[in-house]
Write a protein that binds this ligand. Structure first.
Ligand code: GLU
Length: 438
């Protein structure tokens, strides 16, 4: 295993101990990704001579995003767009607005997009963007101005054939509409294909909003068959109840499962008999969080990890499952709705404890799969109905997962390493075919 960079952290005040995932020896997301590449390298055969390609993002852009605040002052935010790899096609990946966004986080997220896109075999490389900002502190006007200025700044590297952003943490259809409009204004013509995850009335795709959650459910249901788990009696715990966790929870509940615990940025709720997911979703839409939901008890955030459940779905941020809590998890199966929620140390602990981890790079690939459908529909200006979109999504996810399952069995490796084997071979094969320029 090669050396990965560590993230220097200042000591935390005694009254506020840092969670283990933020401590000084923490690798950070990019370090985690480098370890994952090291783990897969022995399985790449001759293609391993190109592996260094995967350890170096092709192009990283840092931009200053100045905007007028409503109070008349000017604020500056730092924005990023990283194109990790474009061997298989244009860059593709979301944009997140979060106060903890850093260049190294965006690098890791862009790399995971390369792996994910290759794992489901959509013709894209990997990219990701973000702004270090807490969007909850901005008015709607400020949010729009920031989004537009950021889009304009990264406009030199994005485009329908170059790099196609999409929603991610704290970004949604409206943000995509502003991005599309800004890019189009600068180009002088409407270019719907420059972003995906747009409103349906603006070249968006039916089923896109639910796609990541639907993919999480689809892959979970496939894996359950392999391990003899009955979804209709399973107990499910979900971290993050937005676009991904909320929809996945809803689909599991519709299949008969009991969603017993949900945690979000504001707190954790629990109900042994199972939460009423549709009314919880309405509560979240109304209040912004799961906290205060009447038909549930509030529990301490840390207890979420030891809740009695069969399936755990982390669908929030990175490094949530770490050496500090992996030993306490009761679930038999973890479906990674979030990107990078499990550290390599936790991966090993879970493996030793026989917990099956369905890795992000396949489990949450439903979103970008329907993004691909959206992009194709925009190019052809011919739009499909939702049944067709969902059927195609489920087919792609099932086929990709079946192939990965087989590779895991054949090589006696985890599903994460198996997904990396499939994806890295695809990426490096095109790398080799294209050859080195000049
Ligand atoms: N942000 C999503 C992801 O992490 C979707 C990316 C996309 O649709 O391009 O997979």
């Amino acid at each position: 295993m090669s050396q990965a960079p560590s993230t220097p952290m200042s000591a935390a005040p005694a009254s506020h101990p840092l969670p283990s995932y933020l401590q000084a020896n923490n690798l950070g997301p990019w370090g985690v990704y480098l370890q994952q590449v090291d783990r897969v390298t022995p399985y790449l055969g001759n293609l391993s001579r190109w592996v260094e390609t995967l350890k170096r993002p092709k192009r990283s852009l840092i931009v200053d995003v100045p905007i007028h605040l409503d109070n008349g002052t000017v604020a500056h935010f730092e924005g990023y767009r990283v194109q990790h790899n474009v061997s298989r096609g244009p860059g593709k990946g979301g944009v997140r607005f979060h106060q903890d966004v850093t260049l190294s986080e965006v690098m890791a997220l862009s790399a995971w997009m390369s792996i994910k896109n290759a794992a489901v075999n959509v013709p894209y490389g990997g990219a990701k963007g973000g702004i270090r900002v807490d969007p909850k502190t901005l008015s709607r006007g400020e949010l729009e101005r920031m989004t537009r200025r950021y889009t304009s700044e990264i406009g030199i590297i994005i485009g329908p054939n170059k790099d196609i952003p999409a929603p991610d943490v704290n970004t949604d259809e409206q943000i995509m509409a502003w991005m599309m409009d800004t890019y189009s204004m600068n180009q002088g013509s409407t270019a719907t294909g420059v972003v995906t995850g747009k409103p349906v009335d603006l070249g968006g795709s039916l089923g896109r909003r639910e796609a990541t959650g639907r993919g999480v459910f689809t892959v979970g249901a496939e894996a359950a068959k392999h391990i003899g788990m009955d979804i209709s009696t399973a107990r499910v715990a979900v971290q993050g109840f937005g676009n991904v966790g909320g929809i996945a929870g809803k689909l599991f509940a519709e299949a008969g499962a009991r969603v017993v615990a949900v945690q979000d940025h504001a707190g954790t709720i629990y109900r042994e008999a199972g939460l009423d997911v549709p009314s919880l979703l309405r509560h979240v839409a109304h209040t912004g969080s799961v906290v205060g939901f009447a038909q549930a008890e509030a529990i301490a955030n840390d207890l979420f990890w030891e809740v009695d459940c069969d399936i755990l779905i982390p669908a929030a941020l990175e490094q949530q499952i770490n050496a500090g809590n992996a030993g306490r998890i009761k679930a038999r199966m973890i479906i990674e709705g979030a990107n990078g929620p499990t550290t390599p140390e936790a991966d090993d602990i879970l493996h030793d404890r026989n917990v099956l981890v369905l890795p992000d790079v396949i489990a949450n690939a439903g979103g970008v799969t329907v993004s691909y459908f959206e992009w194709v529909q925009d190019f052809s200006s011919f739009f499909w109905d939702e049944a067709e979109i969902n059927a195609r999504l489920v087919r792609i996810m099932r086929e990709a997962f079946a192939g990965i399952w087989q590779v895991a069995q054949d090589n006696k490796v985890s599903l994460r390493t198996a997904t990396f084997i499939v994806a890295c071979k695809r990426i490096l094969h095109t790398r080799e075919l294209r050859g080195l320029y000049p």
